[in-house]
Design a protein around this ligand. Structure first.
Ligand SMILES: *Cc1c(COP(=O)(O)O)cnc(C)c1O
Length: 375
């Protein structure tokens, strides 16, 4: 076998992530690597934290990037907050809600499921009923933007209901952060995690997370040790704590260059303005939706519950899923997503995430799909 450098083609990424990465973010990756305890690096990390606080709309002191993908952010929230024997209400309306339940059960805790319809938002009435039936529940967990179905849930309302029942809230914002309105402090979110490679348009492998003061108090009052050494925030908090003034000590080697890239992508978001970014996603979604309607392609999710950044549509009758996706990839260097879970083989998921949410991508996707359906 001969070996040679890998030269990937330039694709247009319109699936469920990773999304297109801007030239500035790619350039940030190739800047010189410096030590992760270098004072200049620590200065960059302070700014990165402030940029993450902006993106999350939070003043939370414990706001940091876990050195692993969104799934590790999910695990970080559950493994730190939930202790064996505790009860967590998990709202499930797609694949990622199911993973939350799996996390809870692996911790020796009890998951009480609010069983929602796939392709719909989580129903606040169903959550309220469940909370009344389970006064022992300490947490409510749900996915803000269900990437497997394209449904957006009303995080503000769900958290308000959870708070009336004295629960801490755990929210998956992997696909929502940067793409739709999200306000961690105003909406009373206690623990939240996201991912670098969706609407932040950074390389995969980092997970911004944030914990409210109430969540931090819960972590500090644990009776048992956090089961995961790597994800134990009581060990990492010291590294990220404010005014650390040289207190930052070694826990694990930070992924230095990936963090440059996250800093650059969040800087792009900051310069654009969060609200402008939300608006851009909504506008591009509208153009895409109109074009898809012309092609006779139907959405899975009712209009008022749709994610602009993840368009889940039914594959038209008689059309070969794999053939079309391969055609788009080979003829147009365009990637769209396959269906996941209950929608495998039945749906396509067209992402308009971050840097991918722009007119040229929407037009390419519509033209390419039209051509593919003709073939
Ligand atoms: C992508 C995604 C995850 C997992 O993120 P990874 O970076 O793939 O580990 C979790 N939740 C949601 C809603 C997602 O879309």
């Amino acid at each position: 076998m001969t070996h040679s450098s890998f030269n990937p083609p330039r694709r247009t990424l319109m699936g469920p992530g990773p999304s297109d990465i801007s030239p500035q973010v790619l350039a940030a990756l190739s800047k010189p690597t410096i030590g992760h305890l270098d004072p200049l690096f620590i200065g960059m990390m302070d700014e990165l934290k402030s940029l993450m606080q902006y993106a999350f709309q939070t003043k939370n002191e414990i706001t940091l990037a876990v050195s692993a993908p969104g799934s590790a952010g999910m695990e970080t929230c559950f493994v730190n907050l939930v202790e064996p024997g505790e009860t967590v209400i998990v709202c499930i309306n797609g694949v990622f809600g199911m993973r939350m339940k799996e996390n809870v059960e692996r911790l020796g805790a009890t998951a009480v499921v609010v069983d929602g319809e796939w392709g719909r938002a989580v129903d606040p009435v169903q959550l309220e009923t469940c909370l009344k039936a389970h006064p022992e529940a300490k947490f409510v967990a749900f996915v803000h933007a269900e990437t497997s179905t394209g449904a957006l849930s009303d995080a503000k309302t769900l958290c308000a209901i959870a708070k009336q029942h004295d629960c801490l809230t755990i929210v998956d914002a992997v696909t929502s952060l940067g793409g739709v309105e999200l306000r961690v402090d105003d909406w009373q979110i206690d623990a939240i995690y996201s991912g670098s490679q969706k609407c932040l348009s950074c390389v995969p492998g980092l997970s911004p997370v944030s914990f409210s003061p109430a969540a931090v108090a819960k972590i500090k009052s644990r009776k048992t040790k956090v089961q995961s050494w790597f994800l134990d925030q009581t060990l990492v908090m010291d590294y990220w704590a404010d005014n650390a003034g040289g207190k930052r000590s070694y826990h694990h080697t930070a992924p230095v260059n990936s963090l440059y890239a996250l800093h650059e992508s969040l800087l792009n978001l900051y310069n654009e303005g969060l609200e402008n970014a939300w608006k851009r996603h909504a506008e591009q979604h509208k153009v895409l939706a109109a074009g898809l309607a012309e092609l006779g392609i139907k959405f899975i999710v009712p209009e008022s519950e749709r994610l602009p950044q993840l368009n889940a549509v039914y594959i038209p009758e008689g059309v070969d899923d794999v053939k079309v996706r391969n055609y788009l990839l080979n003829e147009f260097n365009l990637e769209i997503g396959a269906g996941l879970g209950a929608f495998a083989g039945k749906a396509w998921r067209i992402g308009l995430m971050g840097y991918s949410a722009k007119s040229e991508n929407v037009l390419l996707c519509l033209a390419a799909l039209k051509q593919a359906l003709k073939q």
